[in-house]
Write a protein that binds this ligand. Structure first.
Ligand code: PXP
Length: 246
C-alpha cells in the first residue's frame, strides 16, 4: 500500500504573501497538518528553506507538536539547519539541494560528489534517532552513492517525469528511469519514496513503478484544496493511490 505524505509548504506561502514578518496570520500550516491527518494522510512534510520564504521557524516547532503520524522535515545540509533538526526531532529528515533563486527544488541532491559530508550528516541525525532520506534524481550513480553513505530512504525526484508527461515518448523514458531506479534502490536495501510534480492527472502512470513506499505531494493537493477544501483534496489523492501493487 502506498502512503501519502502531504507537503504543506504552500499553505505557508499563502500566509507569507500577506503576513510576512508578523507573528500571526492565516492560513495556518499547522491547522493544515491537522486537516491532512484527519483526511487520512500518512505523514506531513514541511521544508524550512534558508530564506524562510514559506515555512518559518515557529511553524516547524508547532508542526512537530501536533503531527501524530510522521513528520518529514525537508532541509538543506547546512550546519544551522542540521542543528535545528537535531533539536526538533522530526521522524525523518529529507535532505534536498537548495538554491536561493529557484522557485522550487529543481534537481536532486548531488550525493556521489559529496559523500563524506552527506555521510556525516546522516550519522549525526541517526544518532539523534532521526531517519534520513535523500532526494535524488533516478540516476544509478546517485542511488548507489545513497546506499554507500548509509541513508535509510531515498526519495526519487519525479519532476522530470511530471514535466515529460504530455509527450508520450519522453513520458515513457522518464517512467522507465523511475522503474529502473526503484529496482536498483530496492536491491541495495534502500527504502524508496517519490515526489515532486505529482498530480491528479499523472498519478495513475506512477502505479507502474515498483517498491515505492510513500509519495510526497504538495502543490497539486493545496491547489485543489482552494476549490474542494483540504480534506477532500487529500481524500481524492488517496483514492487515486488505491490498488498500488508495489
Ligand atoms: N518532495 C520534495 C523533496 C520536494 O522538495 C517537494 C517540493 O517542495 C515535493 C516532494 C512536493 O512537490 P510538489 O509540491 O510538486 O508536489
Amino acid at each position: 500500500m502506498w502512503q501519502l505524505g502531504v507537503n504543506i509548504d504552500h499553505v505557508a506561502t499563502l500566509r507569507q504573501a500577506r503576513y510576512r514578518g508578523m507573528d500571526h496570520g492565516e492560513p495556518s500550516p499547522v491547522e493544515a497538518a491537522r486537516h491532512c491527518e484527519a483526511a487520512g494522510a500518512h505523514g506531513i512534510t514541511a521544508h524550512l528553506r534558508e530564506d524562510r520564504r514559506h515555512i518559518i521557524d515557529r511553524d516547524v516547532k508547532q508542526i512537530r507538536e501536533v503531527v501524530k503520524t510522521r513528520f518529514n522535515f525537508e532541509m538543506a545540509n547546512t550546519p544551522e539547519i542540521v542543528a535545528m533538526a537535531i533539536d526538533l526531532r522530526p521522524d525523518i529528515v529529507c535532505l534536498v539541494p537548495e538554491k536561493r533563486e529557484e522557485v522550487t527544488t529543481e534537481g536532486g541532491l548531488e550525493v556521489a560528489g559529496q559523500k563524506p559530508a552527506v555521510r556525516e550528516t546522516i550519522r549525526r541525525l541517526n544518532d539523534a534517532g532521526i531517519e534520513v532520506s535523500l532526494f535524488i534524481n533516478p540516476d544509478p550513480a546517485q542511488i548507489e552513492a545513497s546506499a554507500a553513505v548509509g541513508a535509510q530512504f531515498i526519495e526519487l525526484h519525479t519532476g522530470q517525469f511530471a514535466e515529460a508527461f504530455g509527450e508520450e515518448g519522453r513520458r515513457k523514458a522518464e517512467l522507465e528511469r523511475l522503474i529502473g531506479g526503484a529496482r536498483l534502490a530496492h536491491g541495495l536495501k534502500l527504502n524508496v519514496n517519490a515526489g515532486h510534480g505529482l498530480n491528479y492527472e499523472n498519478l495513475a502512470s506512477l502505479h507502474a513503478v515498483p517498491h515505492l513506499q510513500e509519495l510526497n505531494i504538495g502543490h497539486s493537493i493545496i491547489s485543489r484544496a482552494v476549490f474542494t477544501g483540504l480534506q477532500q483534496a487529500v481524500r481524492d489523492m488517496l483514492d487515486l493511490m488505491k490498488g498500488y501493487r508495489g
